[in-house]
Design a protein around this ligand. Structure first.
Ligand code: CDP
Length: 215
């Protein structure tokens, strides 16, 4: 392993169930850096809106929740469901929600010794100066298969077809929204994990990071 530079920021973006979370967690452990799963922020905002009895179409209500997220927002297991992901995608399209979450994400990245962040707009909007940027993808059918397997462990009735439809819709919505759409930063390295298991994807990601640190 190369010496880890002071303030190393690794930005990982990609579509739903691309494996970016697993990669982010493993890279963070490898380099001894804290990890922020930014998808949880949007999931927590949507959850807070619904708990307050407001509508997911209410931008002002969602922005108010985003400005007041509790410090332990990530601990709620309800945030991990497919419904929470769909709801997150809706509030994530609101510019006021995104604006409310920018500062805490940038502060997380700026704190020593550095950080790994994963999401949709880390390399493009949150950390455009990140030393390393990865854009992780896989074919929709492969991503749906992985997500379905995760869900089936908890719910044997989970439907692959529904998971695939959900992933396709979320990709289309995330990529077509006006504010911070899902897209690779011009300087991101693309990593297609369609033909890789988790260990192979991690090895490939590690090679990309080490290459970036060597230049
Ligand atoms: O794990 P999965 O990819 O299914 O979802 P996630 O990363 O937790 O993100 C849930 C939703 O939050 C996404 O569909 C995006 O609409 C939104 N999101 C975003 O807009 N920007 C981010 N940096 C992270 C998530």
């Amino acid at each position: 392993m190369m010496r880890v530079p002071e303030g190393l920021v690794i930005a990982i973006d990609g579509p739903a169930a691309s494996g970016k979370g697993t990669l982010a967690r493993r890279l963070a452990a490898h380099y001894g850096l804290p990890w922020l799963d930014t998808g949880l922020l949007y999931r927590a905002v949507a959850h807070g809106v619904l708990r307050a009895g407001a509508s997911l179409d209410d931008e002002a209500a969602a922005a108010a929740v985003a400005r007041n997220l509790p410090a332990d927002f990530a601990d709620n297991p309800a945030l991990r469901t497919s419904e929470a992901g769909r709801a997150a995608s809706r509030v994530a399209a609101f510019p006021a929600v995104r604006a409310a979450l920018v500062d805490m994400q940038r502060a997380f990245a700026a704190r020593p010794p550095g950080a790994v962040l994963d999401g949709r707009d880390i390399g493009t909007v949150i950390c455009p100066d990140a030393r390393v940027k990865l854009f992780v993808t896989a074919a929709p059918e492969i991503r749906a298969g992985r997500r379905h397997q995760e869900l089936a462990a908890r719910d044997p009735d989970a439907s692959y077809e529904l998971v695939l439809a959900d992933i396709r819709k979320r990709d289309a919505d995330d990529a077509s929204r006006a504010t911070a759409p899902l897209k690779p930063a011009p300087d991101a390295v693309l990593l297609d994990t369609s033909d890789m298991d988790a260990d192979a994807a991690f090895a490939a990601a590690l090679a990309i990071v080490e290459q970036a640190l060597a230049t």
